[in-house]
Write a protein that binds this ligand. Structure first.
Ligand code: NDP
Length: 335
C-alpha cells in the first residue's frame, strides 16, 4: 500500500485567508490547536459552554461564543470535545448552524468511522488527528518542532477539502513533522488497537515481572525502580524512537545485549497466542462490535469507572507504587 506523508511544502496556509476557524472545545487539544492556529496567522474564535474552559479561552484573549453561535460565524469548525459527548453536541449545537461548504474537522475518526455522526453531504469533512497529547502540540509548536498527525479527506463537497485540511495541519504545526494520509476508519482502528491490543498486553508483561520478582522476595520498591520508576525504561523508549529498536541496543552493556538476545528467543512461542488474542481484539474493533458495546454502556459509564477505581486502588501494586514513589520522592505519591 502506497503511503503519502505531507510536509510544510505541501501545505499552503493562505488557503485559509478570509476564513474564520471555530475551535469547539477548549481542553487538551482545543487550547493548543487554537493558540497554534492563531500564532500561524489564522482567524480563530472559540465555541464553548460557559464554564472553566470558557474562562481559560477568555484569559488567552480569544473571542468565546456559545457553541451554536461560533459554528454560525465559522467557515471551518474543529470539533475538539470528548468523543463520548460529541454525537449529542453535534446534533444539537453544531449541525443546525453549519452552512453549505463549511469544513468540519475531527481530531479522531471514531464517531464518523462508527457512524455515530453522519455529516451532511454538502460539507467538507476531514481528519486531523495529532499523534501527540494536547500540551505536546503546543510545546512542539513553540519550540519549532513538528509532530506527526493522521490526516485524510472523508468528504469533499467543495473541491477544496484537501487544501484546507493541509492548511490546518500547517497552522497547528504538524506538517513540520509529517502528516500521514489515512481514512477515519483506519485512524480509529489503529488508535483503539493501541489502547486495547497493545497497551494491556504490554501492561500484563510488566505486571507479571513485578509479581514474579516480589514473590521471589525482592523489595517491591526496588523492583519498581528496577523495572520503570528510575526512568531508564522511558529513556530506552526515547532512544528507540530516535535510532530504532535494534540500534538502541548499542547503548546497553555487552552483558545486557548477550543476555537479552539469547534469553529473548525463549519467548518466541508466545507469538502465536499473543497474535491470536490481539487479532480477536482487532476484529471486534474493525467490525464495530466494540463501538456498539461502548455506546450501550454510556448510561452506566460513571458507575463502571467508580468500580474500576475502587478495584484498582486495592491492588497490591498500587500500594507498592505509593511506597516506592514516596521513598524515592517521585512526584506526588497520591495518598
Ligand atoms: P478534552 O476532554 O480536553 O475536552 C474538553 C473540552 O470539551 C472542554 O472545552 C470542555 O468544556 C468541553 N466539553 C466537555 N463536555 C462537553 C459537553 N457535554 N458539551 C460541550 N462541551 C463539552 O478533549 P481532548 O482535547 O482530549 O479531545 C478532543 C478531541 O481530540 C477528541 O476527538 C480526541 O479523541 C482527540 N484527540 C485527543 C488527544 C489527547 O491527547 N487528548 C490526542 C489526539 C486526538 P468544559 O471543560 O468547559 O466543560
Amino acid at each position: 500500500m502506497a503511503t503519502t506523508i505531507y510536509h510544510d511544502e505541501d501545505a499552503d496556509l493562505s488557503v485559509l485567508k478570509g476564513s474564520t476557524v471555530a475551535v469547539v472545545g477548549y481542553g487538551n487539544q482545543g487550547r493548543s490547536q487554537a493558540l497554534n492556529l492563531r500564532d500561524s496567522g489564522v482567524a480563530v474564535i472559540v465555541g464553548n459552554i460557559r464554564d472553566q474552559a470558557h474562562e481559560a479561552a477568555m484569559a488567552d484573549d480569544f473571542e468565546v461564543f456559545p457553541i451554536a453561535e461560533a459554528c454560525r460565524q465559522a467557515d471551518v469548525v474543529m470539533l475538539l470535545i470528548p468523543d463520548e459527548v460529541m454525537p449529542q453536541v453535534y446534533e444539537e449545537k453544531v449541525a443546525p448552524d453549519l452552512s453549505v461548504g463549511n469544513l468540519l474537522c475531527f481530531a479522531s475518526g471514531y464517531n464518523v468511522a462508527f457512524e455515530l455522526i453522519e455529516p451532511a453531504p454538502d460539507l467538507d469533512v476531514v481528519l486531523v488527528a495529532p499523534r501527540m497529547i494536547g500540551v505536546g502540540v503546543r510545546d512542539a509548536y513553540v519550540a519549532g518542532r513538528g509532530f506527526p498527525s493522521f490526516v485524510g479527506v472523508h468528504q469533499d463537497a467543495t473541491g477544496k477539502a484537501k487544501a484546507r485540511m493541509l492548511a490546518l495541519c500547517r497552522g497547528i504545526g504538524s506538517t513540520r513533522g509529517g502528516c500521514i494520509e489515512m481514512s477515519m476508519n483506519d485512524e480509529a482502528s489503529l488508535d483503539l488497537f493501541t489502547e486495547q491490543g497493545f497497551g494491556p498486553a504490554w501492561g500484563r508483561v510488566l505486571m507479571s515481572a513485578v509479581e514474579l520478582l516480589v514473590e521471589a522476595g525482592y523489595p517491591p520498591e526496588a523492583v519498581l525502580v528496577e523495572l520503570y520508576l528510575s526512568g531508564e525504561l522511558a529513556y530506552s523508549l526515547e532512544k528507540i524512537r530516535e535510532v530504532g529498536m535494534f540500534r538502541q541496543m548499542d547503548f546497553h552493556s555487552q552483558t545486557s545485549q548477550y543476555g537479552s538476545i539469547t534469553r529473548g528467543a525463549r519467548y518466541l512461542d508466545l507469538d502465536v497466542p499473543l497474535k491470536e488474542k490481539m487479532g480477536a481484539v482487532l476484529e471486534e474493533i474493525r467490525s464495530g462490535k466494540f463501538a456498539e458495546e461502548w455506546s450501550g454502556q454510556q448510561a452506566q459509564a460513571r458507575e463502571i469507572f467508580d468500580q474500576i477505581r475502587k478495584v484498582r486502588d486495592q491492588m497490591p501494586m498500587a500500594g507498592w507504587e505509593r511506597a516506592a514513589r514516596r521513598g524515592f520522592r517521585i512526584g506526588d505519591a497520591g495518598d
